[in-house]
Design a protein around this ligand. Structure first.
Ligand SMILES: Nc1ncnc2c1ncn2[C@@H]1O[C@H](COP(=O)(O)OP(=O)(O)OP(=O)(O)O)[C@@H](O)[C@H]1O
Length: 241
């Protein structure tokens, strides 16, 4: 579904990522872990076309999307649900969904809205309520609902559990697993290492812009070097667990 090879990128003259190789298979949940500033968000931004790749290639669904514009990438079914939710606070739930669907070909608004409401009944209950009046967890559900209006084949989620209560975090992870069951591939950036590794199939650990460790999520969870790497004492060596 997604194949990244030798990707380096950054912002203007600031280089952030160096030589990233990463793959996401069909229906797989791939987790990206790493300390603050490791480059996780920059990696998602580079895939979605917000940050520019300086070297390397990004293939999505068999097509080269290196250097493609964000709107082209979304149209192909690669959808980024950014950190901080970025929903329209002054619009209602329904209006947020409408805004996410404007100008789209494919399934009708009504059909997609119905899928979103099936997945998140609370959004149906609150469809005419202002987004700003909803709890953090409900706003995260709306952010994912908006992303689903673009019919993703691959959904990139940046820290969906950020700032949420433990019970709600479990709900969000349950939803991520449900989405994967519907055939959507997931690329998940998370600070909640334990839950992310329980939920994921494969994991990459980033530090200072490079992949330091990668392997099946279960093996990474048991790997004693993970904490060293996670805490930032990574060597230059890439360990394949
Ligand atoms: N717009 C930008 N312009 C310049 N540098 C940036 C920009 N955004 C991020 N950076 C820098 O890129 C590096 C990686 O940041 P990034 O946000 O990708 O890390 P992260 O792993 O997602 O961290 P966090 O967990 O804190 O979100 C940091 O040194 C950051 O200061």
């Amino acid at each position: 579904m997604l194949k990244i090879a030798g990707l380096s990128s950054g912002y203007g003259r600031v280089s952030v990522l160096e030589g990233i190789d990463l793959e996401v298979d069909n229906q797989e949940i791939v987790v990206i872990l790493g300390p603050n500033g490791a480059g996780k968000t920059t990696l998602l931004n580079s895939i979605s076309g917000v940050a520019r790749a300086t070297t390397g290639s990004i293939l999505f669904d068999g097509k080269d999307i290196t250097g493609a514009k964000p709107e082209q990438v979304v149209r192909m079914g690669l959808v980024h649900c950014p950190e901080g939710r970025r929903i329209f606070q002054r619009l209602t739930v329904e209006e947020n969904l409408v805004a996410a669907h404007i100008g789209r070909a494919g399934k009708s608004f009504e059909a997609l809205r119905s899928d979103v409401f099936d997945l998140f009944p609370v959004l149906k209950e609150r469809r005419n309520g202002m987004a700003s009046r909803m709890s953090g967890g409900q706003q995260q559900m709306l952010a994912i609902g908006r992303a689903l209006m673009a019919e993703p084949k691959l959904l990139m989620l940046d820290e969906p559990s950020l700032g949420l209560a433990p019970k709600i975090i479990h709900q969000i992870f349950r939803i991520i697993l449900d989405l994967s069951q519907t055939g959507i591939s997931i690329l998940l950036v998370e600070q909640n290492v334990q839950l992310a590794l329980e939920c994921g199939d494969y994991a990459y650990l980033l530090n200072t812009g490079r992949v330091r460790v990668h392997g099946p999520a279960q093996e990474i969870a048991q790997h004693s070097a993970l904490s060293d790497h996670y805490l930032g004492s990574a060597t230059e060596e890439v360990l394949h667990v």
